[in-house]
Design a protein around this ligand. Structure first.
Ligand code: H79
Length: 446
C-alpha cells in the first residue's frame, strides 16, 4: 500500500550535487561531545556513575537548578581550538561534528533564544565560532549536532497528552526552529546538521516540523545536509517514511554498531554514516575509562575501513575534558590512525563499495577511478595466500603493494589467489588490484 504523504521523503536515491559528493568523499569525521557534563565527568558527590557521562544529570537524578549552575564553572583553561583542529587534521578527519546543544540544553554558542549558553559562563567567548574558524582553517568541514530532546527547556514534552502539552510543545518547536535558523545564519560555512533526541512521541506527532526544519536549513544554507534521524513523516514513521523511502540526505541509525558486511548490503543503496565511541558507551568526557573496554586504534581503523567498504562515513567520537584538554588515550588514537591514514588515506577518501564478495582477510574499497580496487588486509592467513572472487566477466591483471608487484594466480572460474608475503605486520596492508585483460578460457578449468 502506498501512503499519500505531505512530509515524507523528498527524493529517491542518493543526492548527486557537489555538496553531497564532498560529504560522501570525506568519509572520515571527528565527532565531539562537549558540554557541562564534561565538568563532573561521570562522577557526582564522590560516586562514579558507569552509564554515559553525558547522561549524568539523569543517572544521578541531579536537580535542574544544580545541574544548570555548572555553567558558572565552565572555564576551560586548556582549551585551544587550533590544537583540536590540528589533532583532527593529523588524524585524517575531513569533517568534524560538534554538539552545539546536547540533551542537557546548554548551548556552546551565544544563542539569543536562551540564556543557558556559553556567553554566561566565566569563559564567555563563542566556542562554536572558535572551533568553526580553526577547523575550517585546516580545511576541515564543520557540522552541527543538535539535540531536539531538551532537559532544560520548560516547554519540552515527551508526549502530547493534553491541549496544554500541545501549546507548550509548539512553543518548544518554535524555539528549536529559531535556534537552528540562528545556527545556519550565523555560521555560514556549516555543511551539515546532525539531529538527535527525536525519538519521543512528541516529535513523532509533529513530523511536519522536521520537514519544515529541513526545508528551512536548505534555504538558509544552500547545499546543507541533514541526517535521517531528524525526520518523521505525517504518520510518525522515522528515518524511512511510511512508503519505505529514506528521509533526509543520509541514514544515521548506526550508533555504536556497524552493518554486517555480508548480510546488510542494503545500506549500499543510500548514503549513511555510523557514529562510534572509543569506550563502550561514553560520548561525553568520563573520568574513569576502566569501567568498559576501550577500543584500540586498530579496532577503530578496521571499523573505518569496514564502513568505507560498505559506502558509509565513519564518525569517531572524542569527549574533551572540562578544562578543554583531550585525554592521552584519544590523542594516541588520533596519532596512530593518522600515521596510517597519511600513507593509505587514498583507500578511504572518495572510495566506497566495490560490489565484490567479502573475504576473510579484510575489505575491498573502490576508488572513483575505474578498473582498480583496493584490498585492505587485516587478517593475513599464515599461507600468505589471499583469495579473491571476482564478479563474472572481470579479470585481475595486476596486484601490487607499495609499488611492488605480487603474483596473481587464477585458480578457478572467477577466483584468484594473490600471493602475499608470509610475514607479521603491525598495521593493515593495502594491495591495489588492476582489473581488465584476459583470463583463462572456461574450458581450461577442471
Ligand atoms: O549523543 C550521543 C548519546 O548521548 C545520544 N546519541 C549519541 C550520538 C543518545 N541519547 N540517547 N541515547 C543515545 C540512547 C537512547 C536510546 C533510547 Fe531509544 C532512546 C532508548 C529508547 C529511547 C533509540 C530509540 C533506541 C530505541 C528507541
Amino acid at each position: 500500500k502506498e501512503f499519500k504523504l505531505q512530509y515524507g521523503a523528498q527524493r529517491t536515491g542518493k543526492r548527486t550535487d557537489a555538496a553531497m559528493e564532498r560529504w560522501r568523499g570525506n568519509r572520515f569525521g571527528q565527532f565531539i561531545h562537549w558540554g557541562l557534563y564534561a565538568i563532573p565527568g561521570g562522577v557526582w558527590n564522590g560516586k562514579t556513575y558507569n552509564y554515559a557521562a553525558e547522561f549524568l544529570k539523569s543517572s544521578a537524578k541531579i536537580p535542574g537548578s544544580t545541574w544548570d549552575s555548572l555553567m558558572y564553572q565552565f572555564n576551560p583553561k586548556k582549551f585551544s581550538a587550533k590544537e583540536w583542529a590540528r589533532m583532527a587534521k593529523r588524524m585524517g578527519a575531513k569533517y568534524m561534528t560538534i554538539t552545539t546543544k546536547h540533551h542537557e540544553g546548554f548551548c556552546l554558542w551565544p544563542s539569543r533564544f536562551t540564556e543557558f549558553n556559553i556567553s554566561r559562563t566565566p569563559y564567555g567567548k563563542d566556542i562554536l565560532k572558535e572551533l568553526v574558524d580553526a577547523y575550517n582553517a585546516e580545511g576541515i568541514d564543520v557540522n552541527f549536532y543538535y539535540s531536539v530532546l531538551d532537559w532544560h527547556h520548560p516547554d519540552w514534552r515527551y508526549d502530547i497528552k493534553s491541549p496544554e502539552d500541545s501549546v507548550a510543545f509548539r512553543r518548544y518547536l518554535d524555539f528549536a526552529f529559531n535556534q537552528l535558523k540562528e545556527l545556519a545564519t550565523n555560521y555560514p560555512t556549516v555543511k551539515a546538521f546532525w539531529f538527535d533526541g527525536t525519538w519521543d512521541n512528541s516529535v513523532k506527532k509533529n513530523g511536519w516540523w522536521t520537514y519544515e526544519v529541513e526545508q528551512m536549513l536548505k534555504q538558509v544554507s544552500p547545499g546543507a545536509i541533514v541526517n535521517s534521524r531528524l525526520r518523521a513523516d505525517d504518520r510518525g514513521a522515522r528515518h524511512f517514511d511510511s512508503n519505505g523511502q529514506l528521509m533526509g540526505d543520509y541514514e544515521s541509525g548506526y550508533e555504536r554498531r556497524l552493518p554486517d558486511p555480508v548480510t546488510d548490503l542494503k545500506v549500499t543503496k543510500w548514503d549513511w554514516e555510523a557514529c562510534m565511541t572509543v569506550p563502550e558507551n561514553q560520548w561525553g568526557y568520563h573520568k574513569d575509562w576502566s569501567i568498559s573496554h576501550v577500543k584500540s586504534p586498530l579496532e577503530l581503523l578496521e571499523m573505518l575501513v569496514h564502513t568505507t567498504s560498505m559506502g558509509g562515513n565513519f564518525l569517531l567520537n572524542f569527549g574533551p575534558a572540562g578544562d578543554g584538554s583531550i585525554r592521552p588515550e584519544e590523542q594516541r588514537i588520533a596519532a596512530e590512525i593518522g600515521s596510517w591514514m597519511q600513507n593509505n588515506g587514498n583507500v578511504i577518501y572518495n572510495s566506497g563499495y566495490a560490489g565484490w564478495e567479502k573475504q576473510d582477510w579484510g575489505y575491498f574499497t573502490a576508488p572513483s577511478r575505474p578498473n582498480t580496487l583496493n584490498m585492505v588486509v587485516f587478517n593475513l592467513p599464515v599461507s600468505g595466500l589471499l583469495k579473491v572472487k571476482v564478479p563474472a566477466g572481470v579479470k585481475i591483471s595486476t596486484a601490487s603493494t607499495g609499488g611492488k608487484k605480487l603474483r596473481v594466480e587464477e585458480i578457478a572460474k572467477n577466483q584468484y589467489l594473490v600471493h602475499f608475503e608470509r610475514k607479521w605486520f603491525a598495521m593493515p596492508q593495502v594491495i591495489v588490484l588492476e582489473t581488465g585483460g584476459e583470463g583463462k578460457k572456461g574450458a581450461q578449468y577442471q
